[in-house]
Write a new protein. Structure first.
Lengths: 280, 267, 331
């Protein structure tokens, strides 16, 4: 089969979910206000810490302006954080529709992956647009430019950032898939989510730029899979990773995507088989 | 059975219902502990790197942080009924059932869903207060304990008032009330740090509009025995928690308006 | 003094209307359009202590609104309500302590708690004397066959079990008045019979005043001495069940089973043929024109008949005919 024909069901799955979720505009708006507040407080706290000691400000691994931009980036891309399973999967499990997935002539994992990716992507776009409108456009316009979301370090940095964000989306989808499998296997999904959420927030860089965490932890922090969700794209944005380092960073994201996809496929295979045995 | 004993009875029934699923309750509590505790990681990391912020050391900031989290944990446990009023009571018609009981509404709502998992945030807050005591050398005398307890009470009243307002809103609108989270969770986030760090307009908001400063900042200063960099006299911290109660009373006034509206529209 | 007095109740709802679509939503932000619905346009009736009243009407007629006002949950826009000499809304806590309400679709018990624990909690909420409570509860449990249900959480019960537990819950504090809003909806036949039997007994033996709203006409036939028909927010009829039937339908029904092989008549003088099914003929006739014995004799004389059954007009038909007569079809 030609590649395009092969990919058709998955592209369709992604697109339909994407368009469907784009309709939920009010939800984006409601969360937006909360996120502006959140970002605002974080930014003020950063300013207080940085402003306090001039020496510390100079030797910190990132400048205040970068820390502020990072904060707004993190708020905009918040929905990339994979701490919830796809609600569609939970519902399919509840209604028993999950059984139909075995009857379709497509790879079940890939189908769910496409739909989950569409779910995440459709929620990220409006929020990132709103946050950009607020933090990158509105703030400078009212004279608060120092608190604003600055432009990327260079055009290439910007492009690298975009590529990395796409990879972050795939990475997020692969993690959401693991949660989906957990939901299908009727594991205590809410409990898992409750414990996973703080881990994700810290290790992705959403809580605090990873660079600001203690120096001794930096190596481990960069290698672990969650860094690819937020911190690696951000570093590319600031141009902190140039040339081969940038390629290595993107490669690291790809590596973790591959690992998590493999793990997800394995887990899903086992779960679906046991579902069949139960006659579900 | 009088009102107060009935309240405890309802709380006991609520906890009993959750305890039937012990694994879930435990995981949710641990999740809450971790989830609310990650902010501690952020605070700690920043102090680790920068040493201090505008003359405030980690032990002092920890006291603010710990107090606010303890306060919110308690208020959150009591106020969940108001928090989910729209979705769990009004939309399902279960609110009518509460009206059909010969007991005050507020009591029934407060005892409704006393979530065990809130203990996660409470434990985390207490741990941080212990840490603060050790780091900042806080002396827990009768005076400081009294100030802390009064601040705690005032703080719980304040946050409960915010939750009551949030619930009252749902009498008027069925739309998503996520925006109210700005006041509750956002309020916690803001009050975790000393007021002095923020810009003046923001300090004003936190003192006069939603008086978070009165239940956290000023009392904590009094406990630390630290002079206010903003110049307020020391006794402020001892009496300021009373504003929390005033806020709660005002919130109930608005609540009564909401009830009247419900009684005349029936939905 | 009547137990329940309702005088010219008025209730109007304002429903905000919005055009569909995005433009509609935006316009709705600026300008609110309202539609007024008169749910109650002057409902009046009285109930004496110990009466059992059936309340029927098409959906949207004002039944639920009336119940909510009587329960003290909703405030009327006009008119007067007095229950036991008190205004239910003004005196909420005292009023609701003396009534029991059963909503067919929703449970008042706690989802995760075993039924018995829920009962105990209600005892405390309603401040029932513990000894009296034990007696009442044991009686209710026996009458409603709830022994095995007591230690199960509500979420595990079948609908029939839940309804029986619900009724017991509403009576634990021995209320003077019982409001039942569609209590048999969705129940299987044995459960319906059990509920009806129980309500009848509660009314006759304890003298509990009962107000029952329902769509199930068999509930009415089994229980109600008196029926109020509500349509378009007004009382259309307030009379004993039989009187209602007589008012609406003079006709009675004759069902004739003809012998195998016998030819069925195309017409029967003095009656109208309503249905034909195999060897069975369904006839409607007006007894004041042709008496039942005369009609039966005429048919039996001219045809080979195996069985003849005489039926009253089904009450559904009576009520449907009544709605139609008063233009009170579903709002």
């Amino acid at each position: 089969m030609k590649l395009r024909t092969l990919a058709r069901p998955y592209i369709a799955a992604f697109t339909s979910r994407f368009l469907q979720m784009l309709q939920y505009r009010t939800a984006a708006l409601a969360g937006f206000a909360t996120q502006c507040w959140w970002g605002g407080i974080k930014v003020m706290v950063f300013a207080a810490f940085y402003g306090g000691t001039a020496i510390a400000g100079a030797s910190a691994p990132m400048s205040l302006a970068d820390a502020i931009t990072y904060t707004w980036l993190a708020q905009g891309l918040l929905v990339l954080m994979p701490w919830l399973s796809d609600p569609e999967v939970a519902q399919a499990v509840r209604t028993g529709a999950v059984a139909y997935d075995r009857l379709r002539p497509v790879d079940a994992y890939a189908l769910w992956f496409a739909r989950s990716a569409g779910w995440v992507a459709a929620r990220v776009l409006p929020r990132v647009a709103l946050m950009a409108a607020f933090a990158a456009v509105a703030l400078p316009l009212v004279g608060l430019g120092e608190w604003a979301w600055q432009l990327p370090a260079s055009a290439i940095a910007g492009l690298a950032f975009l590529a990395s964000t796409v990879l972050a989306l795939l990475l997020s989808a692969s993690m959401v898939m693991l949660l989906n499998v957990a939901a299908t296997a009727a594991l205590n999904e809410r409990g898992i989510s409750a414990v996973a959420t703080p881990v994700v927030i810290v290790l992705s860089g959403n809580l605090l730029p990873l660079a600001l965490l203690p120096d001794a932890w930096q190596t481990v922090l960069l290698i672990q899979p969650l860094a690819g969700l937020m911190d690696i794209p951000a570093r590319l944005y600031f141009g902190q990773l140039g040339g081969w380092h940038a390629v290595a960073a993107l490669g690291l994201q790809c590596f973790w995507i591959a690992v998590l996809v493999a793990a997800g496929r394995f887990a899903m295979g086992r779960t679906m088989r046991s579902l069949q045995i139960q006659g579900g | 059975m009088g009102s107060l004993p009935l309240f405890f009875r309802l709380v006991r029934a609520s906890i009993g219902g959750q305890a039937r699923y012990p694994a879930s309750a435990l995981m949710l509590t641990v999740g809450q502990f971790l989830g609310t505790g990650i902010e501690v990681v952020a605070v700690w990391a920043l102090f680790h790197r920068f040493g201090e912020v505008q003359g405030w050391r980690i032990g002092e900031v920890a006291l603010f942080y710990g107090l606010v989290n303890c306060v919110f944990a308690l208020a959150d446990a009591l106020g969940r009924g108001f928090d989910v009023l729209g979705t769990e009571f009004l939309r399902t018609g279960a609110f009518d059932r509460l009206l059909l009981r010969p007991r005050p509404l507020t009591l029934q709502l407060m005892g409704n869903d006393f979530r065990i998992s809130r203990a996660g945030r409470l434990l985390q807050g207490l741990a941080v207060v212990v840490f603060a005591t050790q780091q900042a050398g806080i002396e827990w005398t009768a005076t400081t304990v009294a100030i802390a307890l009064f601040a705690l009470a005032g703080g719980v009243a304040l946050f409960l008032g915010i939750l009551v307002l949030q619930g009252t809103l749902s009498f008027w609108t069925v739309e998503s009330l996520e925006i109210a989270n700005v006041l509750t969770y956002g309020g916690v986030q803001a009050a975790q740090y000393p007021l002095a760090l923020y810009a003046r307009w923001f300090r004003r908001v936190l003192t006069f509009v939603v008086p978070l400063a009165c239940v956290a900042y000023y009392p904590a200063l009094a406990i630390l025995g630290k002079a206010d960099p903003l110049g307020a006299p020391g006794w402020v911290g001892i009496v300021s928690p009373v504003t929390g109660f005033v806020f709660l009373a005002a919130a109930f006034g608005v609540w009564r308006l909401g009830l009247r509206r419900y009684a005349s529209t029936g939905s | 003094m009547p137990h329940i007095l309702v005088d010219h109740l008025l209730k109007t709802y304002r429903i905000s209307e919005r055009d569909p679509g995005v433009m509609g939503a935006l316009r709705g932000l600026v300008q609110r359009r309202h539609r007024t619905v008169e749910a109650l346009s002057g409902v009046s009736f009285e109930l004496q202590r110990g009466e059992l009243l059936g309340f029927i009407g098409p959906n949207g007629a004002g039944k639920s609104t009336t119940i909510k006002i009587l329960a003290g949950i909703l405030r009327p826009d006009g008119g007067r309500v007095e229950i036991d000499g008190r205004d239910p809304f003004a005196d909420r806590e005292r009023h609701v302590g003396r009534i029991g309400v059963v909503f067919g679709q929703r449970t008042q018990l706690w989802w995760d708690l075993p039924v018995g624990d829920g009962f105990d909690l209600l005892r405390d909420i309603y401040r029932v004397d513990p000894q009296r409570y034990r007696r009442t509860r044991d009686e209710l449990v026996a009458l409603l066959h709830l022994e095995r249900v007591l230690d199960q959480p509500v979420r595990q019960l079948s609908l029939g079990q839940r309804m029986r537990a619900e009724i017991a819950a509403a009576l634990l504090h021995e209320p003077d008045i019982l409001f039942l809003d569609e209590p048999t909806i969705g129940l299987d036949a044995p459960s319906k019979l059990a509920v009806r039997d129980f309500v009848r007994r509660a009314n006759r033996e304890r003298g509990t005043t009962v107000l029952l709203t329902t769509h199930d006409m068999h509930d009415i036939e089994a229980l109600a001495q008196r029926v109020i028909v509500i349509g378009h927010g007004r009382v259309l009829a307030d009379s004993p069940v039989e009187a209602l039937r007589a008012q609406v339908m003079a006709e009675r029904r004759l069902v004739v089973d003809f012998a195998q092989g016998a030819a069925l008549p195309a017409q029967v003088p003095g009656a109208t043929v309503r249905a034909r099914d195999g060897q069975t003929l369904v006839l409607d006739f007006d007894p004041s024109v042709t008496t039942a014995p005369a009609l039966i004799a005429r048919i039996a004389a001219e045809h080979a008949v195996e069985d003849i059954r005489l039926e009253g007009m089904a009450i559904e038909a009576v009520i449907a005919r009544f709605y139609a007569m008063h233009g009170a079809a579903e709002a």
